[in-house]
Each structure stands twice: as C-alpha cells, then as structure tokens.
Design a protein around this ligand. Sequence first.
Ligand SMILES: [Zn+2]
Length: 266
Amino acid sequence: MLVGDIDVHPIADGTFRASPSYFGDHVTAHGHEDFFSRHGHAWLPIGCFLVRTGSHVVLVDTGMGPAMRDDGPRMLVGGQLMAGLRAIGVRPADVDAVVLTHLHTDHCGWLFDLAGQPVFPRADIWFGAADWPKFVLDPQSTMFDHTRHGLQSADGGRLHLVEADTTVVPGVDLTMTPGHTPGHLSVVVSSGVSRALLLGDAIICPVQLDEPDWQSIGDVDPDLARRVRERLFRELEGEHTWGAGAHFPELQFGRVLAGEARRWIG
Ligand SMILES: [Zn+2]
C-alpha cells in the first residue's frame, strides 16, 4: 500500500478467531455466514503495519508475540511478526519508532522478550497515556508479566505517553480514539493528498459499518467506542482516505462510499 511517497506494509503476527458473541451477546452468525465462515467463527489476522517514510521506519503494533490465549469468544495465536519483517529485509534495529494503538496483549506482544529486554533496541515507544494505569500499573490486567516488567524498567526517555494528537515523525501522526481502551489511539499516515488511517481496534472489522451495535468484548466504554467508530467511518468517506484495522480480514485497506446506502469498498 502506497500513501503518496510512504510505504505501508501489513504483516500478520498470527490468527484471531472470534465467535459471534465476541461482538455482543445479541450477535449470531445468521445473515453473516460469509464473515463467520469456518465452523461458525470469523478467522481474522493479528495485524501489524510497517510504515517506511523514506527517512524513518515506524512499526504500528507488535502483535501477540509467541504466545496464545483462548478465553472462549476469542482465541489468539501469535508469533509470526519477526518472520514477516525478515521476509522484507527489515531487522529489529532498523525500526526507529514503535506505536502501540493500545496495550492489549495482541498489540504489544513483541515489545519485550521474556527477560523484559526491548526487541526493537533503537526504537522509541509511543502509546496512549491513559492505558498506563489500566494495564501497566494494575497487576490484575491481562498484560503479560514480561511486557509489564519491560515497560516499567524501560529507559524513560524512550517512552512517549501520548495525551493528545501529536506527530511521531513527518507523515506519521497520532489521533486519540478512546473507547476500546482509555488510551486507544489511531495512526494517520499522510503524504501529498493521500491519507491512511491505521485504526488498531477502534474498528474491529468493516461489518461494523452496517452493524453499529456490534461491539468488541474488550471495549471498556462501549458507548464512547461506538461514537469514535462513527467519527472514523465519516473520515473514511474522504476520497483520498483509506483505512485498515489490526483485525481487518486480510489486513485489507478500504474506505466508505458515502451516499444514501453507505457501504464499505475494499
Ligand atoms: Zn486487538
């Protein structure tokens, strides 16, 4: 995917299997058989995006890491990000910045190794400040211990706790999109007249355009998450604005065709 002069390369770290109840107790596969296509489940990627601006390399989300988790409505199996980076000739030390859309385990898995050492040794780390107390300081949170330990002992100068819209490097900006988590943010890649939004879990899948009541089981504030989704869908009506979430099928970019019957086009 080229956004003006900037290359945005999707890489799947693994698989996220979601049952209808992941999207809410009221959701069934009926009418969405093509989405819940295998044994009644949706098989979605655990996505990361490598953004190469020409002067900087920015990794957006770091997948689940070599781990798995099964809590019923969702099953996550990660581990492929490093192979995906190797396949395109990118070494961990090439990455200048890592942006985490939020601090759920399937987005910060490859941030630190099991000893709590940074996997991307030169990279600054950017994420929403409001996720810090929720995930890092709360020992009951879902965060893996080595990730919590890594963040707590990281060089403070490397950590950027984001409280408002800001710029990471020229062409890569962050916009606050809370609701899924308190500090959730999305990434705006822009070059010339072209823009791409990397949505994290602010929109889990394009089906939510037609099904605004489909939530994520992980939304901490479902009402706010829904309002933010609607705001983002509106932004994706722009002719030069494309978007992809971390769990979009095939990590494919799309946008919204405005009009009487709004629909998603990929
Ligand atoms: Zn996720």
